[in-house]
Design a protein around this ligand. Sequence first.
Ligand SMILES: Cc1cc2nc3c(=O)[nH]c(=O)nc-3n(C[C@H](O)[C@H](O)[C@H](O)COP(=O)(O)OP(=O)(O)OC[C@H]3O[C@@H](n4cnc5c(N)ncnc54)[C@H](O)[C@@H]3O)c2cc1C
Length: 291
Amino acid sequence: MERYDIAIIGTGPAGVSAAITATVRNKRVLLLGSARMSDKVGKAHQVDNYPGLPHISGADFAARLKAHLDEMGIAITEKRVGAVYAMGDYYALQLDEDMVEASTVILATGVVSAKSLPGEERFLGRGVSYCATCDARLYRGKTVAVLGSAADAAEEAEFLAQVVEKVLYFPVGKAPEPKEGANLVIVRELPEAVLGEKAVTGLKTREGEHRVDGVFILRDAVQADRLVPGLRMDENHVAVDLMMRTNLPGCFACGDIAGKPYQYVKAAGQGNVAALSAVSYLAETAKAKEE
Ligand SMILES: Cc1cc2nc3c(=O)[nH]c(=O)nc-3n(C[C@H](O)[C@H](O)[C@H](O)COP(=O)(O)OP(=O)(O)OC[C@H]3O[C@@H](n4cnc5c(N)ncnc54)[C@H](O)[C@@H]3O)c2cc1C
């Protein structure tokens, strides 16, 4: 399997900046995210504090980021990363049904604002999943709930309906909804808790309870320590040092996910530092192998 030097997760200002710097330093880069770049960029009415781009709209700023990548020949791989596993001297990334490998990883996934549901953490891997494509087959012949707030949640739910017995879809927020079908039902109730003993047995809503075997929570971003097992957090941010290093060697974090202030210029600056730290790490590990 081909191994990238640096996998960068996220196409907001932090991830784009990291990709630009890593490419300038001639590294083999895999940039994962969305061609729409970042909703937090696209939805800004007007940006007045990014040096050199006064009064730019969020949509124009996103277009500038994309144009910069295009100009440098940096492709975006439009895949959602389901999990990142530290394998010793490299990382394995789960992308939908594929796995890819990279010597280093830069997390630029933005901050997660949604609070966890009671039971979500307890049943993670025992009925709670964040990735329909990764885990659908585990629920063949079963009933699952989908809590959809991500832009692609409807699509994921429709895919799940092709695999499992029944999907109960709970819309959360304003994301597009899936098409109802024989085994896909939209339930307009407010999810309150994941229920179970050893594994998930149900979903409690404000209006009642539903018996389900699994709960897919499809948010735009997943808390970083659930994406990367073993990652140290500082409350809801990844704990980093000034070089954007995390507690996992070869894994770096930048932008909103690495702490406040939540600002474009800070995200872009940290993306640059993270990429240079990854470049230094690659040089150090290559040298250590030669010795
Ligand atoms: C409405 C609004 C207006 C704002 N206005 C301003 C402003 O005027 N000035 C200012 O400085 N800041 C502003 N901000 C804050 C700014 O948007 C953030 O600080 C900035 O976007 C953070 O950049 P980031 O790259 O860290 O993360 P984000 O921009 O949040 O990007 C994260 C990226 O990671 C991707 N991602 C997440 N999880 C995964 C996964 N598992 N697999 C693949 N991809 C993933 C997302 O799709 C996204 O592309 C505003 C925010 C909002 C919401």
